[in-house]
Ligand binder design. Structure first.
Ligand SMILES: Nc1nc2c(ncn2[C@@H]2O[C@H](COP(=O)(O)OP(=O)(O)OP(=O)(O)O)[C@@H](O)[C@H]2O)c(=O)[nH]1
Ligand SMILES: [Mg+2]
Length: 363
């Protein structure tokens, strides 16, 4: 199962209680207080790991609790520290904290497209607290409570047999929303059946499913391309978009956030116009959809892959597309027989190494 958004409740460990104890030893009458302090509670820590590609482990275990600290003991012995709870999440996870008060009514809605604020429940909002973008990066979600003081801390010249102690502090706790935003250099955007997955199979070792029906790809898949000179780039294949995707139609909206980190967007269109499509309109609609989802996406570097060149009618449509978008880079390909794949790799290599230069405003 692929999970890219999950709500969790995290609770750090409580600090251990301080101890009340007096030294008892043969030939040492009135040995004095010797109660040690409690151990600190364990932290809840998120650690980004490149071995995970989604948040399914948290879906099955949405309560994350770290261990409490041990109580203090006699002979000034401190309690043991509670073990930290380390939870591994995929690289690219964004962490949001839900507001404290209304935990009971917490009820997630889809993130609003343009704002950084995420609507959770009716009146609640969440604030972003961490973005784990490097492998091994850690974030302390909840800090463990400090241990209490034992009676040895309360001794003084006037109080030589204190019986005071303090409880350990509670650990931090809270509701959080974790959201995965895939990290890739380039993202493939297109209508269902345009041939995005077929293209990814050709340019990388990734093996997304390919079939002749729409919505074959159900979650993002990242492939790695090796360029000459030991350079490499990652390309994400996301499920096909349809008109109205920004309003939640089809699968598109769910997954548009996975291209928000891509430096280059590759628009894959079915240039043969199979299934009665018009490639020029397709491209205009796709550009509009991503712009409506997030206006910053439409100012990214981009180019077009005109796929299915092997089919009838493709040549004419390609001409029409080129005439309509004169300044735009259009790479004709046929992903099934490998035609134009080198040109796609070349275009990706130049755009990814210098995306600034290639920001295009052709539409
Ligand atoms: N003739 C021809 N067929 C192609 C070409 N590229 C892909 N196809 C076919 O088009 C169909 C859809 O291909 P996919 O790669 O699954 O398309 P997709 O864009 O990933 O589709 P979704 O995952 O549904 O969004 C498959 O039957 C492919 O074999 C091409 O260049 N020429
Ligand atoms: Mg696909």
């Amino acid at each position: 199962m692929f999970v890219d958004q999950v709500k969790v409740f995290a609770q750090a460990g409580k600090g251990g209680r301080g101890c009340v104890s007096f030294r008892r030893e043969k030939f040492v009458p009135k040995g004095g207080p010797d109660g040690g302090e409690g151990g600190r509670g364990g932290n809840v820590i998120l650690r980004a790991s490149r071995h995970f590609d989604n948040l399914a482990n948290l879906f099955y275990e949405p309560l994350i609790k770290a261990k409490n600290g041990g109580h203090g003991m006699g002979k000034k012995m401190s309690g043991r520290a509670g073990a930290d709870k380390i939870v591994k999440v995929p690289v690219g996870t964004v962490v949001w904290r839900a507001e404290e008060e209304k935990h009971a009514t917490l009820n997630i809605q889809r993130p609003t497209s343009n704002s950084e604020q995420l609507a959770i429940g009716s009146r609640q909002s969440a604030i972003p607290v961490a973005d784990l973008v490097r492998d091994g990066q850690e974030f302390v979600l909840c800090c463990g409570g400090v241990g209490g003081k034992g009676n040895v801390h309360f001794k003084s010249s006037r109080n030589r047999a204190p019986r005071q102690y303090t409880e350990g502090e509670e650990g931090e706790q809270g509701h959080f929303l974790l959201e995965l935003r895939t990290i890739a250099d380039a993202g493939l955007v297109g209508y269902p059946n345009a041939g995005k997955s077929t293209l990814l199979r050709k340019i990388s070792a990734a093996r997304p499913k390919v079939a002749a029906y729409p919505f074959t790809t159900l979650h993002p898949i990242v492939g790695v391309i090796d360029f000459p000179g030991y350079r490499r780039a990652t390309v994400a294949d996301i499920p096909g978009l349809i008109e109205g995707a920004h309003r939640g139609l089809g699968l598109g909206h769910e997954f548009l956030r996975h291209i928000t980190r891509c430096r280059v967007l590759v628009f894959v269109v079915d240039i043969a116009g199979s299934e009665g499509r018009n490639p020029v309109e397709d491209l205009q609609n796709l550009r509009r959809e991503i712009d409506l989802h997030d206006p910053t996406l439409s100012s990214r570097a981009w180019f077009v892959v005109a796929n299915k060149m092997d089919l009838g009618g493709a040549e004419g449509n390609l001409k029409a597309l080129q005439e309509r978008f004169l300044k735009l880079q259009i790479v004709p390909t046929s992903a099934v027989n490998g035609q134009g794949i080198d040109a796609v790799e070349q275009a990706l290599a130049t755009r990814i190494s210098d995306p600034e230069e290639s920001v295009s405003t052709a539409i």
